[in-house]
Design a protein around this ligand. Sequence first.
Ligand code: SF4
Length: 338
Amino acid sequence: MTAQELYQRLKTIQPGSVLCNYSMEACENMIPMINEIIELKKQQNAVIFAHSYVSPEIIYSVADFDGDSFKLSQDATKINADRIIFAAVRFMGETAKILNPHKQVLIPGPLTGCSLADSITVNQIEELHRIYPNHTFVCYINTTAEIKAQCDVCVTSSNVIDIFSHIENDKIVFVPDHLMGQNVQAELEKKGIHKEIVLFDGCCYVHEQYDPEMIRFFREQNPGLKVISHPECHPGVALLSDFVGSTGQMVQYIRNSPKHTPFLLLTECGLNARMQSEMPDHTFIGSCSMCKYMKSNSLSNILETLRHPEKALSIEIEDSVQIKAKKCIDAMFHYASL
Ligand code: SF4
């Protein structure tokens, strides 16, 4: 890849933070790292997975697979590589490991947590099982392998409504995102599906910060504005949005919209950056909310991981947890295919 090619991909991204400064000079400085990463990937039969929220230079230069968590979990079932470098957070690397137990999965970023996945402990879910022995346990994919191992089925933001609709039991415990849980409940009610859903109190620190006042303010300033939000946002935000969906569904909605539509995209700023690069005919305003965990992945720590894989965080999961967590993920693939 040349600096000019990289610059063409990145030049339309508006600086919303110091991380989004894609001058030609910045691109020239990245090229030696990118070329070494590509060379080391070949030598090690390694592939790079990148979530949509990581910095766009990773997605456009070295990633073999990119997208939201559902797409990445599907991609993880199809690969033929010895090593997976997962530029995202730990729970996503765990999903890849559960689906590829014999491959090495390495996480390059130093901040591997997630405010949502880390909000529930094994003790807390065991307690919920004691209180609700007859409920079906559903977890969001943003959970650790230990939590998945204690649940019947996991869901992503792209398939949650379909999966809830297919579950026969009317009594469901959903962990850990209470905002997404409220949005799901409202959506099911609209469809005439009545479930008794017990919610936990976790949330994503990036998505919980949006509020309905912000939407009213931006609408006044920008006539014709289309507001798109993620189901991890507050229900009041979802109510005022033109569209609510996963990152993959948001991308599809934007692709299908008429040219020159102004959008307020209420999700992590990595998706804003991608859309600015891929759809320069639209305008994307405001909302530069950054996930510190996702953004701790960088070209330099991906390169370091490939140079010294023995020093990187390698995902290891106990066999008994791996087997139960895989059942939970397989149940998601099963329901999603109905
Ligand atoms: S954006 Fe929220 S849910 Fe996604 S990794 Fe960051 S903290 Fe977790």
